[in-house]
Ligand binder design. Structure first.
Ligand code: G3P
Ligand code: MG
Length: 380
């Protein structure tokens, strides 16, 4: 018959605009929500079925744990009892909307079996790596427990050592080499973490307690950083050192120990396109979830690192950030619109002090609500 049944007629999907939010300095300042604007914006977009995801250089805990915390901080009205229930439609955020700095590292589980995970808290960071599927996860605390004099000034507490570390037999520190070093988040004991990271990079094929004979640019085992933020916003009047400070220290120490050769390393996170491509995939899945066209069986798909989606689903994507050197630079390079807010790292006068800083395509706004309102107005 010539007339198409309704079910065959796909509603013309007006290409929507979409938003990608940075967290620290835009929606939160460490544990504190930026009120009233952060919940206002996310509720408005949710109520109007406008797709959005969160792209943060933060991390160190599972996506579920971070989203549970964000929901409780941004929409306290949602009952605590529902914590962890991702299907609950009353929630402001779903785990599927969060991309943390290390989320793309899910791609590496087939490449590296036994990894040293640096940064974040114990046991949270190990739990993340295990939840991604890494077979063997070693933490600096395991190395301290197996060989306490690895760093005599360690800040790991007896409680942590007792409850959150593997025994020397379980961790096989002195007999089994590691395959890679993955830096998930900022170190909590930078002394210990610096020492064991350099030990791994300069070891004889990844075995702790050994040193390779010659210096070289390529480390004994690869190191992948989840971001290189030199600074981030915590609500303290001046931005604080981020993972980038740990990376600079590691690189300088590596150079000193390897005849002045620069460390060859890999960096994920903003401003690198690999993170924006991953976020674009997640945004596409979020749009399909909202409009009910989710492709069956697509749940577990993790796109290849750096692979950009073929389909351009959105009329425009707005990256909202507080840090010109990560959020804005990365959004501009990826071809998105960008919005800079004054509630984080960026301070008026920064562009005059550093003319090379990446500038937002839409403008600088006092807060996330002003920025998103301007974008919605520009597109209606
Ligand atoms: O560790 C967090 C910091 O590096 C920045 O986080 O959310 O502003 O990308 P975010
Ligand atoms: Mg930020």
């Amino acid at each position: 018959s010539s007339s198409l049944r309704l079910s065959q007629v796909q509603p013309q999907q007006q290409q929507p605009i979409a938003f990608v939010f940075d967290i620290d300095g835009v929606l939160m300042q460490t544990k504190n929500p930026i009120l009233p604007h952060a919940p206002m914006v996310l509720s408005h977009l949710k109520d109007h079925n406008i797709p959005f995801v969160l792209l943060t250089n933060g991390g160190g805990q599972t996506e579920q744990a971070r989203v549970d915390f964000l929901n409780s901080a941004l929409s306290p009205s949602v009952s605590e009892a529902d914590v962890g229930d991702d299907s609950d439609s009353t929630k402001l955020l779903h785990t599927s909307q969060l991309i943390q700095s290390h989320t793309p590292m899910k791609n590496l589980v087939d490449k590296y079996k036994r990894v040293l995970v640096i940064g974040g808290l114990d046991p949270q960071a190990r739990d993340v790596a295990l939840s991604y599927g890494f077979k063997e996860v070693i933490r600096p605390i395991d190395i301290v427990r197996a060989t306490p004099n690895v760093w005599p000034y360690t800040r790991y507490t007896q409680h942590e050592l007792t409850h959150h570390s593997l025994s020397a037999t379980e961790s096989k520190i002195e007999t089994e080499p590691i395959d890679a070093v993955l830096v998930f988040n900022d170190p909590r004991d930078m002394g210990t973490d610096l020492q064991v990271t350099i030990d791994a990079l300069c070891s004889d094929k990844g075995l702790f307690g050994t040193r390779r004979n010659s210096g070289a640019s390529s480390p004994s085992v690869p190191i992948i950083w989840s971001n290189m933020d030199l600074l981030w916003s915590t609500g303290y009047p001046i931005p604080r050192f981020g993972q980038g400070a740990f990376r600079i220290s590691t690189r300088e120490l590596y150079k000193r120990l390897n005849d002045g050769k620069e460390l060859e390393d890999t960096v994920l996170g903003k401003p690198w396109p690999v993170s924006y491509a991953f976020a674009e995939w997640v945004l596409g899945k979020e749009w399909r979830r909202i409009n009910g066209s989710a492709q069956k069986g697509s749940k577990g798909i993790v796109p290849g690192l750096g692979v950009r989606p073929k389909e351009q689903l959105f009329k425009k994507v707005y990256m909202v950030g507080d840090n010109p050197e990560s959020d804005i630079l990365g959004g501009n390079d990826y071809g998105w619109e960008t919005i800079l807010v004054r509630t984080g790292v960026y301070k008026d006068g920064d562009f005059e002090r550093n003319p090379k800083l990446a500038r937002p395509t839409l403008g600088v706004f006092d807060n996330v609500w002003e920025g998103v309102s301007a974008a919605l107005k520009a597109n209606n």
